[in-house]
Design a protein around this ligand. Sequence first.
Ligand code: V47
Ligand code: SF4
Length: 399
Amino acid sequence: MSNLPSLQSILQDSTLDPALKEIAQKVSTQQRITDEDCLLLFESGSLGFVGALANFIREQKHGDKTYFNRNFHIEPTNVCIYTCNFCSYSRLIKQREDGWEYSMDDMMDMVKAYDDQPVTEVHIVGGVMPQYNQAFYIELFSKIRAHRPKLHIKGLTPVEYYYIFKKAKLSYEEGFRQLIEAGLDSMPGGGAEIFHPEVREQIAADKCTGQQWLDIHRVWHQLGKRSNATILYGHIETYAHRVHHLGLLRELQDETGGFQTFIPLKFRNQENQMSHIPEGSTVEDLRNYAISRIYLDNFDHIKAYWPMIGRTVAQMSLAFGVDDIDGTIDDTTKIYSMAGSEEQNPALSTKDLVNLIKGVNRLPLERDTLYEILTDYSDHVFEDEDVYRGYTALPVVHS
Ligand code: V47
Ligand code: SF4
């Protein structure tokens, strides 16, 4: 699909650095690359080189298949007790009246607003506040489940779970059992940031540690459930910190197999305490997708969160290891782009998303949260009435 060099031509290139060529050989024979290899790719793998390797893996795993889903977000609050420096939410705790804190009824009204929409998932994520405790979420999930039994509830992250289970004096396992009983289906990937304490202590000092994030996912997976993982990259971390982060994820995935998707999140510098740090380039974004694809051989999917990087880069990412584009997210009333999303008023209908994928000769497939295929759009012809107008909220959210 692209004009990248092929893996074959890379293997025949006599001018290539032998260490890089060895990595290409590993990829061509489906061998796992080491942490040292990964660091070398970050330090000296050109965009064309890492792209060719990542695309080879992507096409081996998925061919041209490119997944998206139809979901909507609920953010219970944009006020947060924690003080992550990269987050536009934490500053609001001092001016609580400038933020929102939705009630149970507010949130159920949001769910009901989608009653006639073909969405399959609600993604619930926001700031951490004391009133949103175990009892609150048990009630919320139960009410959503009762109202719309087939809607998949993807909710909260280890940041909230650590806080609410501790307050309720529950083990991770017992806390999860209660929430699963209430209707919780899966866990999104947020809150991971950078696991290494050298960085985490500077950017997210007071929320759960990297180790706690991993432990909570481990327990979730042991209960037979699936989750996603993220990295927040492109700020003060070094390439070695990224490798460390990816290494811990690959290790846990070897142990549990519970992760579905890895989602690299590009640091955006608006409206937060890290605004002095310049944002990274598109080349770095694409290299980061590609290297993640090459290193995380035990992750099925790499997802681009298009509201953060924009649709053009999201489209390009499909040649650099990405096989999933975050879904159409319908929210016509709340468009938050506090941290400086690429899409200031992000809106992407299913038709737009399908055409974006087809525009780079990939095969658009609507999936549910667990990657069951719902609709193959390869030959679909859109009628006006078919067009589902989706809007994405929350380029930047929480934990
Ligand atoms: O953990 C916060 C990030 C994450 C900024 O699992 C920022 O399907 C960039 O995890 N610049 C939450 N990023 C979002 C998230 C997510 C999004 C879409 C899909 C899924 C999924 C998960 O947003 C936070 C944090 O890493 N974030 N502030 C910022 N200034
Ligand atoms: Fe709170 Fe999450 Fe923002 Fe940190 S990233 S301040 S935990 S909402």
